[in-house]
Design a protein. Structure first.
Length: 196
């Protein structure tokens, strides 16, 4: 199967790319390297240095014709989304719509969308929070993830594009940068390693 991974040079996306390649899939990566790194790229993957908002993305999808798109590319900072909601929406909503339109027009069968395991629920009504808990986004970042999930439902209903939403929480592992909004596990480990 041919799988295109947006954000495939980032922390999570690059690990997903490695797993797909190890499983025998043909992988294409689209990444603008805003937060991803060239050294994270698996040399067996095809690579396009490109922003998901670029009109040229449709040419890549037309040329590559992926069966599945695994969408990791995003603006991931909650504080940055509050500071500049327009920029956040530009990447996380408009960029994702560009991916969806490219998928719809070029025969992609399925989208795997990486949402948010925490931000989307806001102040949850129940703990632990189940996937059936209604989203209550409290930041532009969380709003963008909720809106994107709704667009996926629309594209399935209107155009037959299948999808899966993954709401990762507290992800940690190789290639993670343990600073900023890296995630609680990486932040705690960094504090432990630095005797804090």
């Amino acid at each position: 199967m041919k799988i295109l991974v947006t954000g495939g040079a980032g922390f999570i996306g690059s690990n997903v790319v490695d797993a797909y390649i190890a499983a025998g899939h043909q992988v294409v990566v689209v990444d603008n390297l805003y937060s991803g790194k060239m050294e994270n790229l698996n040399p067996e993957a095809s690579f396009y240095l490109m922003d998901i908002r670029a009109a040229e993305l449709h040419k890549v999808l037309e040329h590559e014709r992926p069966d599945v798109i695994n969408h990791h590319a995003a603006q991931i900072s909650v504080p940055a989304s509050v500071e500049d909601p327009v920029f956040d929406a530009s990447i996380n909503i408009e960029g994702f719509l560009n991916v969806l339109e490219g998928a719809r027009n070029n025969g992609t069968r399925k989208i795997i969308f990486i949402s948010s395991g925490g931000a989307i629920y806001g102040e949850a009504e129940e703990y632990p929070t189940s996937e059936s808990c209604p989203p209550q986004p409290l930041s532009p970042y969380a709003v963008s993830k909720s809106v994107s999930e709704n667009y996926l439902a629309f594209y399935r209903h209107q155009y037959g594009l299948d999808y899966t939403v993954l709401r990762y929480a507290n992800v940690y592992g190789p290639r993670q940068i343990p600073h900023g909004e890296a995630g609680v596990v990486a932040i705690f480990m960094d504090c432990l390693l630095n005797n804090q």
